[in-house]
Design a protein around this ligand. Structure first.
Ligand SMILES: CC(C)(COP(=O)(O)OP(=O)(O)OC[C@H]1O[C@@H](n2cnc3c(N)ncnc32)[C@H](O)[C@@H]1OP(=O)(O)O)[C@@H](O)C(=O)NCCC(=O)NCCS
Length: 200
C-alpha cells in the first residue's frame, strides 16, 4: 500500500471511490440519475485543472483512495467556469430554484464561485479526501493528508479549508485529530481550516 501522484489512468478509480463514499461518507451509487454527477462536482475539475495536486493510495493494483484539490480557490473557481463547466454542464440541467437533492448538486456544479468566501482568505487552498471502506481506519488518510499539505507548503500556500457534512461525524473527528478547526458552518455542514506549516 503506497501513496503516489495521480496519473490520468486513475481517473475512473477516483470517480468510483468518490461515488462510493459520497453520501456523507457512505455509498452514493444510485442516489442520483447519473453516478458521475457527484465526481463531476467534487473530483473532476481538480483532476482536469490541477492534476499535480492529486495523490492516490495504491493497493498494488489500483487506486483505493485519493486526496485532491486546489492551491487557490479563487483561481480554481474562475478556471472551473472557463475550462471545466463547458465540458460537463450540458449533461446536467440547472433547475432554478433547486428543489431536489440532485437539483442542489447540479446547482453547486454550476456555481463554483460560491466556494470563494472572504473569511477563507487565510486558507486559499481546499481539498477533498476519500478512501474505500476496506482501507479506512488504517492511517492512510493521515498519510494522504500529509502528502497534500506538504505539496501546498512547497508552493508557499499558507492554509487549506474543506467542507464536511454535519452528519459525517467520523470525518469530522478525523479532521479534528489532524489539527483542523471550525471556521464557519450551519446545521447542514461545517467548513474547517488548517495552516500548512504545522506537522500532521
Ligand atoms: C475520513 C477518512 C478520509 C479518514 O481516513 P482514514 O484513513 O480512515 O483515517 P486514519 O486511519 O488516517 O486516521 C487518522 C486519525 O483520525 C482518527 N479517525 C479517523 N477516522 C475516525 C473516526 N471515524 N472516528 C474517530 N476518529 C477517527 C484516527 O483515530 C486517527 O487518529 P490517531 O492517529 O490518533 O489514532 C476516511 O475514513 C474516509 O474516506 N471516509 C469516507 C469518506 C469521507 O467521509 N470523506 C470525507 C468527506 S468530507
Amino acid at each position: 500500500m503506497f501513496v503516489r501522484p495521480y496519473e490520468p489512468f486513475d481517473r475512473q478509480d477516483v470517480y468510483d471511490i468518490c461515488v462510493r463514499t459520497g453520501d456523507g461518507g457512505g455509498d452514493a451509487r444510485g442516489l442520483y440519475s447519473d453516478d458521475e454527477l457527484l465526481p463531476d462536482v467534487y473530483a473532476g475539475s481538480y483532476l482536469h485543472l490541477e492534476p499535480e495536486l492529486a495523490f492516490v493510495l495504491d493497493d498494488g493494483d489500483r487506486a483505493v483512495g485519493y486526496v485532491l484539490g486546489t492551491a487557490d480557490t479563487r483561481a480554481w473557481a474562475a478556471a472551473c467556469r472557463r475550462h471545466w463547466l463547458p465540458l460537463v454542464s450540458p449533461r446536467y440541467r440547472l433547475v432554478e430554484p433547486p428543489v431536489t437533492a440532485e437539483d442542489h448538486l447540479v446547482d453547486t456544479l454550476h456555481h463554483p464561485e460560491r466556494n470563494v468566501l472572504d473569511e477563507l482568505d487565510e486558507y486559499p487552498a481546499h481539498l477533498h479526501i476519500d478512501l474505500l471502506p476496506g482501507h479506512q481506519g488504517a492511517g492512510h488518510g493521515r498519510e494522504l493528508m500529509r502528502t497534500f499539505l506538504a505539496a501546498l507548503a512547497e508552493r508557499d500556500v499558507p492554509g487549506v479549508h474543506l467542507g464536511v457534512a454535519a452528519r459525517n461525524t467520523g470525518a469530522l473527528r478525523f479532521y479534528e485529530r489532524l489539527g483542523f478547526h471550525r471556521i464557519t458552518g450551519d446545521e447542514h455542514g461545517t467548513t474547517l481550516g488548517r495552516r500548512t506549516d504545522v506537522p500532521v
